[in-house]
Ligand binder design. Structure first.
Ligand code: ADP
Ligand code: S3P
Ligand code: MG
Length: 169
């Protein structure tokens, strides 16, 4: 199954770049966050508020682990890497691409992190989250794209080139 799975911190552009990449490749586009909202009939922020961080992670794990797709670009949510079943499944059905940004650039990009419904535990900062997740993104990535100082278009171009090189598309 020739899927492309985008992982990375919130705000790196998984959804923005993913939909355009899908168009270029002639693939379907799936945004995991929208799948979760559809299956749960609740907004992500509501799930986090009602079920807590661990509850949200469990829902996200279940929904991502059950995705059936072919020739699709799948933009995951940033916290998907906490779900072992989800990541095992996603690795089986496609090439996992980690979109990497430095902490400094990410911090600048994410002005309103709480408004985005990011999975932050009590007392946890963006820097803590970045440190905690970076090894997980690296562990699951087949391809790493460094998007530092790249435009959205350049990022998409680099993903495409890396996919061709890896013989995925
Ligand atoms: N080089 C870039 N690549 C991707 N997104 C960028 C870039 N520069 C700025 N942005 C902006 O950053 C935001 C990324 O948001 P989004 O695609 O929702 O990220 P994610 O799905 O990874 O959380 C968008 O508002 C986008 O316009
Ligand atoms: O990284 C996170 O903790 C989250 C990222 C969000 O998706 P994006 O990465 O698409 O912003 C969404 O899944 C949820 O609000 C939690
Ligand atoms: Mg997204």
């Amino acid at each position: 199954m020739n899927n492309v799975i985008l992982i990375g911190m919130p705000g790196v552009g998984k959804s923005t770049a993913g939909v355009v990449l899908a168009k270029i490749l002639g693939y379907e586009f799936i945004d995991s966050d929208l799948l979760i909202q559809k299956e749960e009939q609740r907004l992500l922020a509501e799930i986090i508020e009602q079920d807590g961080v661990d509850g949200f992670i469990a829902v996200e794990n279940r929904v991502n682990a059950s995705i059936e797709a072919e020739r699709s670009v799948i933009a995951t949510g940033g916290s998907v890497v906490y779900g072992e079943e989800a990541m095992e499944h996603l690795r089986k059905i496609g090439t996992v691409v980690y979109l990497r940004l430095s902490y400094r650039t990410l911090d600048r990009r994410l002005h309103n992190i709480k408004g985005r419904g990011v999975v932050l535990r009590e007392g946890q900062s963006l820097a803590d989250l970045y440190e905690e997740r970076t090894p997980l993104y690296e562990k699951y990535a087949d391809i790493v794209i460094d998007e530092e100082e790249l435009s959205i278009e350049e990022t998409i171009e680099n993903i495409q080139k890396a996919l061709y090189k890896a013989d995925n598309c």
